[in-house]
Design a protein around this ligand. Structure first.
Ligand code: FES
Ligand code: FES
Length: 150
């Protein structure tokens, strides 16, 4: 049994400490907004926040994050009105949507660290998250909008 702090709540996960956080979130806690893409740290679909920083949850073992604040897309804002989520809607970013929760989580972490990022900073940071639909230009516009309106 491993105790985790997820979206502000303490939860017990009936899994071994070596279980990837992504598996615990999706299979044990049913927080399926965090997506499985590659499972090997290459795509970013599984991005969550660990103590406010964007991390690939498929590459994190639950036994290593018992003391960390874990935030998933479900916990980013109480009713979906985080500035990044509002900007995502305004710019109509998603296509198929599969990668988008990971993109939003990385964008939100970027803006909390750097509220007015340059375009190059946005491009560099977001290069960790792939989108097979190629929504990259709308992602950049949405982050710029969120930085202005946030
Ligand atoms: S599923 Fe974690 S990086 Fe692809
Ligand atoms: S919107 Fe389809 S993979 Fe990104």
């Amino acid at each position: 049994m491993v105790s985790l702090n997820v979206n502000g709540r303490t939860v017990e996960v009936d899994a071994s400490p070596g279980t990837p956080l992504l598996w615990a979130l999706r299979d044990e806690l049913k927080l399926t907004g965090t997506r499985y893409g590659c499972g090997v740290g290459m795509c970013g679909a599984c991005t969550v926040h660990l103590d406010g920083e964007a991390r690939f949850s498929c590459q994190v073992r639950i036994g290593d994050v018992e003391g960390s604040a874990i935030t998933t897309i479900e916990g980013l804002s109480p009713d979906g009105d985080h500035p990044v989520q509002r900007a995502w809607i305004a710019e109509q970013v998603p296509q198929c949507g599969y990668c988008q929760s990971g993109q939003i989580m990385r964008a939100a972490a970027l803006l909390s660290r750097s509220p007015k990022p340059s375009r190059q900073e946005i491009v560099d940071e977001m290069s960790a998250n792939l989108c097979r639909c190629g929504t990259y230009s709308r992602i950049i516009r949405a982050i710029e909008r969120a930085a202005q309106e946030g």
